[in-house]
Ligand binder design. Structure first.
Ligand SMILES: Nc1ncnc2c1ncn2[C@@H]1O[C@H](COP(=O)(O)OP(=O)(O)OP(=O)(O)O)[C@@H](O)[C@H]1O
Ligand SMILES: Cc1ncc(COP(=O)(O)O)c(N)n1
Length: 268
């Protein structure tokens, strides 16, 4: 393991602390990874939904990023909410200069159903940023949006993962089955083979921020030098523990428990 693994998240905020930048930094910290953040949008949201958004001007996002990369070591980074095409254009230029693993959580809507990125930005994200990723982590509806194909079965998930790599150019694709029925099964296609990661389905509505937490954990493990398969395997254990011991707080979908792995012995 490196002395001090350093990871960056480029994402929006969640003042209620369960998703976005906040979930990412909590996860990095829990996994003994030095966490850094560039904020794309200030989002007034909580467990019930999104109340308002204020996007940060593009030049200010660029300056935050420059502040980090001109000074700090960086071993892996992730993107979450990138709300507009203008911000994506700027990031596309910058990301191509970063020679470390890039994990994209292709955030489109919150658990509450509120949209988090502009409609026209979805195609831009797919066509311009996706090909720069080491890994993209869509849930079922995001994978449907990217591929244009309906996903109803495990076989559909496997096909979508391969399509996202071979047709759309992602380095690897992890399709998350959190929104299907039965066990929570995710499929990773790394360009050569399919791997599955499975856990029992936990009966809970406390799923605010699961996607953010999962992709942040993968990023943290990659920053520590783990292989993609090992990073996903350990991150799956981390997020499963976080969901199993999630908090019934707030009036809507409660947040996950970022320290749950401590009592479940997830590898760090
Ligand atoms: N009820 C559950 N029980 C166990 N694992 C779950 C459950 N819901 C989601 N997961 C797992 O959590 C991870 C995140 O998946 P999910 O499909 O929920 O992502 P997401 O849709 O991006 O997140 P969110 O629901 O927060 O938007 C995946 O590993 C998924 O299998
Ligand atoms: C700033 C921000 N980024 C991402 C999500 C998605 O989180 P989730 O779908 O896991 O609720 C969110 N709610 N807010």
């Amino acid at each position: 393991m490196r002395n001090i693994p350093c990871a960056l998240t480029i994402a929006g905020t969640d003042p209620s602390g369960g998703a976005g930048i906040h979930a990412d930094l909590k996860t990095f910290q829990e996994l003994k990874t030095y966490g850094m953040s560039v904020i794309t949008s200030v989002v007034a949201q909580n467990t019930t939904g999104v109340q308002a958004v204020h996007h940060i001007p593009v030049n200010m996002i660029e300056q935050q990023l420059d502040s980090v990369i001109s000074d700090m070591p960086l071993h892996a980074f992730k993107t979450g909410m990138i709300p507009t095409i203008e911000i994506m254009e700027m990031l596309a230029g910058k990301v191509s200069e970063l020679d470390v693993p890039y994990v994209m959580d292709p955030v489109m809507v919150a658990t509450s159903g509120d949209p988090l990125i502009a409609e026209d930005a979805r195609t831009y994200l797919r066509d311009h940023l996706l090909p720069m990723t080491s890994l993209v982590t869509p849930n079922i509806s995001e994978a449907e949006e990217i591929t244009g194909e309906k996903i109803e079965t495990l076989e559909d998930m496997r096909c979508a993962a391969a399509l996202i790599v071979h047709e759309f150019g992602a380095g690897a694709a992890l399709i998350k089955g959190g929104h299907l029925k039965g066990d929570a099964i995710d499929f990773l296609y790394d360009g050569e083979s399919i791997h599955s990661f499975s856990s029992e389905r936990i009966e809970t509505t406390n799923t605010h921020g699961t996607g953010c937490t999962y992709s942040a954990a993968i990023t943290a493990y990659l920053s520590q030098g783990y292989s993609l398969g090992d990073a996903v395997k350990q991150a799956k254990d981390f997020v499963t523990a976080a969901i199993r011991h999630s908090f019934s707080i707030g009036k809507g979908n409660g947040p996950t428990n970022h320290w749950a792995h401590r009592s479940e012995g997830v590898e760090q």
